[in-house]
Design a protein around this ligand. Sequence first.
Ligand code: ADP
Length: 258
Amino acid sequence: MIEIKNLVKRYPSGQEALKGVNLTVPDDSVIALIGPSGAGKSTLIRCINRLVEPTSGEILVNGKDIVKLNKKELRLQRRKIGMIFQEYALVDRLSVMENVLSGQLGYVGFWKSALRKFPKEAIEKAYMLLERVGLQDYVDSRADQLSGGQRQRVGIARALIQNPELLLVDEPTASLDPKTSRQVMRLILELVEENKLSCIINIHDVQLAKMFCPRVVGLQQGLVVFDGTNDQIDNDVLTTIYGEEDWNLKKKPSEEEE
Ligand code: ADP
């Protein structure tokens, strides 16, 4: 269980990206974070593993405040938190296998980790994950030979190799076409269920959020302005989160996919 209490992030520029966020994430639950660009979604996700240092507030993971952890404690905590990035964050010149294995070492530099020897179990686990994400034929390919969707699958396998308890996902489909976006979202959600993880997904595409995530949280200007189920998202809620717009005009039923 994660309890975020009064979380504030003020960047050195003076920009207050989070203005007192409160959010509870029960175990084994999935949350889609939506909201306009600049609402603070990415900052919120990154505060949870302290890639961004919170200014004040608490982030209690099973009762322990990760804001207060020292360096060593943070390193241990991060082993329990997998992260999937928008731009995949792969090392292009390394193989698919090496990229996945780099996740074994958490957040140490990729080059550093690539030079290490990995235990047999880690390699077996990486094979298993690569098979699960459909990349068994690309184990030795260089990361830069893959398509965007395949690269994100490597990112997914890398995030899971440490058996995390929590998965943070930051705009996983931002660089992907609509079909690949759906496939990647489906894969992430399947793996979250199979591995009984909690998952917070920053996703700017409302349709994808509604399609895949039962609970949706809307951020606006650094505050939670909506917290409910996907079927509660109607035009009024969209206006609350994004501001005035003729939402009906945006989507004609004949244009819906499937
Ligand atoms: P979102 O993910 O919802 O688009 P972000 O968390 O990226 O929002 O950004 C929230 C606000 O914080 C924005 O106004 C953005 O300009 C600002 N911001 C984000 N990162 C930094 C940074 N490293 N330094 C200064 N301001 C930042």
